[in-house]
Design a protein around this ligand. Structure first.
Ligand SMILES: C[S@@+](CC[C@H](N)C(=O)[O-])C[C@H]1O[C@@H](n2cnc3c(N)ncnc32)[C@H](O)[C@@H]1O
Length: 391
């Protein structure tokens, strides 16, 4: 590992640019946007900071070995020939994940087992000891990427996925991932000053992430551990310094963050999650139907994730989206509303022209994150007013 080590930060489709901006702010070098990932270079402190501070990263991978291979025997020898003990000791537990394309290997699970056997053979021959396999919560996570006859092996410096912030104690019915929620808020351009509302807040993920963004609370703040803490080169004083630097920026905030939901259970779940993050005093929760929710006159952002219709009748989902549109038109003038949904047909029934559409994925569901600008007075009057200002 060098002072200018290369890394790959994995993210979700559509969040690459936001992640690149986050890495840039941390001081990473050679940032390049890839498909569902961003590559960058930096020292160990940058890697620690990327894990602790990047809201839209899922994993920070450190490539350790690249090679070409003819057949499975050569693949095995290349893995076994690598100096694994430079990275971690035999007393660690490990797991191997494989992603592959265009290869003679027929099964990625088999490749993972084969790779693990090669690493175990290396330790056994060299130290007469072997790391054991632990699938759920390994100390060391190894990623193998095969394309054709080329293989790239990385260590996952994050350990478990970074969307597991550590504050979620209760699961809602259909929560968005923390990384998607943070990405949506950042894509919306919310300035942390205007009030923010989620009128269908479910388990409160958008609210928790918004409060963390407003208060500069690092996304890793509640997490107990990271993969890099199990590496030989773990530098605890440096890690504590990186952490302190980020924690010192935590601040109070003035904007109002409010969530409501028609379901009493959802409000209880949201409350439990916000309490676990110690954010319950910063976020107001109201049990309410959005159709009757009293949107405050002080204007702000609405960011919400309504039901997509997997569990409700098609005619009801169209009606729900019509009513979302009516509520926005009649009671939310002056707000900027962002809605994510995979139900493209229902989105049309909102009856407002979106001023922006961004493709995102909620798990496997292809979604659109759409913006509706709800001008006070008619759009024509607004435009006339703007023109006057320009004159
Ligand atoms: C997809 S879930 C939101 C999940 C949330 N983003 C999270 O991360 O947990 C949709 C939510 O809309 C709520 N909902 C449905 N109809 C509603 C209505 N008329 N008024 C308010 N909330 C409603 C449901 O109770 C549910 O919690």
């Amino acid at each position: 590992m060098t002072e200018n080590q290369s890394y790959i930060a994995k993210t979700q489709f559509g969040l690459e640019t936001i992640l690149a901006e986050e890495l840039d702010k941390l001081g990473a070098n050679d940032i390049q946007i890839l498909n569902r990932a961003v590559s960058f270079r930096g020292d160990k402190a940058i890697m620690y900071a990327a894990n602790y501070c990047c809201r839209t990263a899922l994993h920070i991978l450190m490539p350790v070995l690249d090679f070409k291979f003819r057949d499975k025997e050569q693949f095995f020898e290349k893995i076994k020939g690598f100096e694994w003990a430079d990275l971690f000791m035999a007393d660690k537990t490990l797991s191997v994940d494989t992603v592959m394309s265009d290869t003679f290997f027929s099964n990625s699970h088999y490749v993972s087992l084969y790779c693990k056997d090669a690493i175990v053979d290396y330790y056994r021959e060299k130290f007469d000891k072997r790391p054991s396999v632990e699938l759920d919560n390994p100390d060391i996570k190894i990623h193998v990427h095969i394309r054709g006859h080329e293989c790239s092996v990385s260590l996952d410096s994050s350990g478990g996925s970074l969307h597991r912030r550590g504050y979620r104690v209760k699961q809602g019915m259909a929560p968005v991932s923390e990384v998607l929620a943070a990405g949506m808020i950042m894509l919306s351009g919310w300035d942390k000053k205007k009030n923010l509302y989620d009128p269908m807040c479910g388990s409160g993920t958008i609210l928790s992430e918004a409060a963390m963004i407003a208060g500069n609370i690092p996304p890793g703040y509640y997490r107990k551990s990271f993969g890099f803490q199990n590496w030989n080169n773990f530098d605890e004083p440096l890690w504590l310094e990186v952490k302190k630097h980020a924690d010192d920026a935590i601040t109070e905030f003035d904007c109002e963050i409010t969530g409501s939901d028609i379901s009493e259970v959802s409000i209880m779940v949201a409350k439990a999650n916000l309490t676990s993050a110690k954010l319950h005093k910063d976020v107001r929760l109201v049990e309410s139907d959005f159709r009757t929710f009293d949107f405050p006159h002080e204007k702000g952002f609405i960011i919400t994730n309504p039901p997509y219709g997997e569990r409700i009748m098609p005619e009801d989902i169209i009606q729900l989206y019509k009513e979302i549109g009516n509520t926005l038109k009649n009671r939310c003038a002056g707000y900027e509303a962002w809605i994510i949904s995979s139900h493209f047909e229902a989105l049309k029934f909102i009856g407002l022209k979106p001023s922006k559409k961004i493709q995102l994925f909620n798990g496997p569901l292809d979604c659109r994150f759409v913006r509706f600008e709800l001008f006070e007075g008619s759009l024509k009057a607004k435009k006339e007013e703007e023109n006057k200002k320009i004159e």
